[in-house]
Design a protein around this ligand. Structure first.
Ligand code: NAD
Ligand code: DAU
Length: 336
């Protein structure tokens, strides 16, 4: 059995990872440590909650005593750290919690992992640590880190600390840096679910700036299959970029969603730009493809259609979110 601590496993990507692993493997025992912030939702894990190889513990990665208890009681040998404050706009409204969770929280996990001599620590990072690209070029693993938002700077700090634990103490760390994910259960503050849900509700779609900022989209399961592979076969001390070579501007994505839902483009509303808005992200994932044999399996056209349909079919999931605490954030943020 591989005893693995998954942190942030009630969020969008972490829950998808747990559901994916438990559905097809019985050699993993997963302990999911999640604080259940506004972004954590146990509904995302319904299919896994009764699995004999799964335990959920509500708690904070900052709680060193609890983290020590988990490593000891469950004989943890692997860690995947998904836990984070993950939304750029929120980091602009208030940066401190980003450094507390993403930097100090990661430090608690690294310190504890060192003490318990684990076999691998996978730090889930992001392409945003590389900063912004112009019209040409791709991020490779050797692109210098140049983060621009409080969120991405906190993720970059965590990456550097994880690598320092490898170089200084020999902790078996690997890092993945993935591009923008989409899929079911993504919190509706992020571009794709926000645009789908607003369209369904005939509300305005807030496009930042000129709408021409570019992101490189990957279906969440493709990200998690890559993470699984890196956990098992990734070389320690290395960084692996993950991306599906699928660049799209925000306005293209927005129009595609409106078209699929049969709504008018009159719903588009250009709003003030995000401060410090990175212009373009694009990932070169040659390393993971050639060294580990990974490749994305989902075509964007099919997977985005499936994703949009999921939000149509799972109205109760997002209605409970948009009628809860999120309502206040939405009003302050968009003023629409
Ligand atoms: P998310 O915001 O949906 O989920 C984050 C989860 O972490 C939530 O369940 C939350 O409750 C939990 N959490 C937050 N603070 C915690 C704490 N102190 N202790 C324990 N749990 C805590 O985020 P996501 O989109 O699923 O992203 C997961 C990870 O992947 C993050 O590290 C993010 O930086 C990274 N990432 C995200 C994307 C993307 O497109 N969403 C792309 C690349 C990398
Ligand atoms: O690149 C990976 C990153 O992708 C992850 O590390 C982050 O956790 C994740 O949140 C995501 O960051 P982005 O800032 O790229 O994602 P977001 O969905 O917030 O925005 C995508 C693009 O859409 C960005 O250019 C801003 C724009 N946007 C976003 C929102 C929410 C709008 O135009 N309008 C909006 O209302």
């Amino acid at each position: 059995m591989k005893n693995i601590l998954v942190t942030g496993g009630a969020g969008f990507i972490g829950s998808n990872f747990i559901n994916h692993i438990l559905a097809k493997r019985d050699d993993y025992f997963i302990v999911n440590l999640d604080k259940l912030t506004y972004a954590g939702n146990l509904e995302n894990l319904k299919q896994s909650e009764n699995n004999k190889n799964y335990r959920f513990i509500r708690g904070d990665i900052m709680n060193s005593e609890l983290v020590n208890y988990i490593f000891e009681s469950y004989n943890i040998k692997y860690v995947i750290n998904f836990a984070a404050e993950s939304h750029v706009d929120r980091s602009i409204l208030g940066s401190q919690i980003f450094y507390i969770t993403n930097v100090i929280g990661t430090n608690v996990l690294l310190e504890t992992a060192l003490k318990f001599k684990i076999e691998k620590f996978l730090q889930i990072s992001t392409d945003e640590v590389y900063g912004s690209l112009g019209a040409e070029g791709l991020f490779t693993e050797s692109t210098p880190l140049s983060p621009n938002s409080p969120y991405s700077s906190s993720k970059a700090a965590a990456d550097m600390m994880a690598l320092a634990f490898y170089h200084t103490y020999g902790l078996p760390v690997v890092i993945t840096r993935c591009s923008n994910n989409y899929g079911p259960y993504q919190f509706p503050e992020k571009l794709i679910p926000l645009m789908v849900i607003n369209s369904l509700n005939n509300k305005k779609l807030p496009v930042y700036g000129d709408g021409l900022n570019v992101r490189d989209w990957i279906y969440v399961i493709d990200h998690n299959k890559a993470a699984e592979l890196v956990l098992e076969k990734g070389k320690i001390g290395e960084v692996y970029n993950i991306g599906a070579s699928n660049e799209m501007s925000n306005i293209e994505i927005t129009k595609l969603i409106l078209k699929r839902l049969g709504r008018s483009e009159d719903l588009i509303q250009y709003v003030n730009d995000r401060p410090g808005h990175d212009r373009r992200y694009a990932i070169d994932s040659t390393k993971i493809r050639t060294e580990l044999g990974w490749k994305p399996e989902f075509y964007f056209e099919e997977a985005i259609a499936k994703t949009i349909d999921w939000y149509i079919e799972n109205k109760s999931w997002w209605e409970s979110i948009i009628n809860g605490e999120y309502r206040n954030y939405y009003k302050t943020q968009y003023k629409l």
